[in-house]
Write a protein that binds this ligand. Structure first.
Ligand code: T46
Length: 134
């Protein structure tokens, strides 16, 4: 499975760092939504779903966490621990997020507005769909 990570260019000076992300310039898609996950409790694993259409970029802007990716054929574990690095997650990809440090803030840039109908929450349904679409 190919892991696609974007490295953004921090605008650093003596005051510190600033990262700017523009749609279609720094990322391959227009985005419609941003959300972030923080204060994740010890031992928590989140996600457990795929999306029919949604594309996303995940950036751990503080602390670190790990992402389990599963395309139905292969799996990968990805560490996110840099505030200037974004992991691209395409549609039809099962994801789980885990090993959040106490200070972790996971910022997500999403290509579409929130839509519960876009979620595939049953793993067997996900596997069936990707195998049928192959
Ligand atoms: C994903 C991973 C990386 C909203 O009301 N609007 C939103 O935009 C989102 C993302 C969530 N919510 C509500 C729905 C639930 O009541 O927030 C609650 C928690 O969402 P969820 O259980 O889906 O969170 P995660 O961490 O399992 O998954 C989220 C995203 O939902 C998902 O698209 O790819 O982060």
């Amino acid at each position: 499975m190919e892991i696609i990570k974007y490295t953004f260019s921090p605008h650093g000076d003596e005051r510190g760092q600033l990262v700017a992300i523009e749609a279609l310039k720094d990322l391959p898609f227009e985005f419609k939504r941003v959300y972030y996950i923080y204060d994740t409790k010890d031992g928590v694993r989140r996600g457990f779903h795929a999306h029919y259409d949604l594309e996303q970029i995940l950036i751990c802007v503080s602390g670190s966490c790990k992402i389990h990716l599963d395309n139905g054929f292969e799996t990968q574990e990805v560490l996110l621990d840099k505030p200037y690095e974004g992991l691209y997650i395409a549609n039809n990809m099962w994801r789980e997020m885990y090993d959040f440090t106490k200070d972790a803030v996971l910022l997500v840039i999403a290509s579409r507005p929130y839509d519960e109908l876009d979620y595939i929450r049953n793993y067997d349904d996900f596997i069936k769909m990707v195998k049928e679409n192959k």
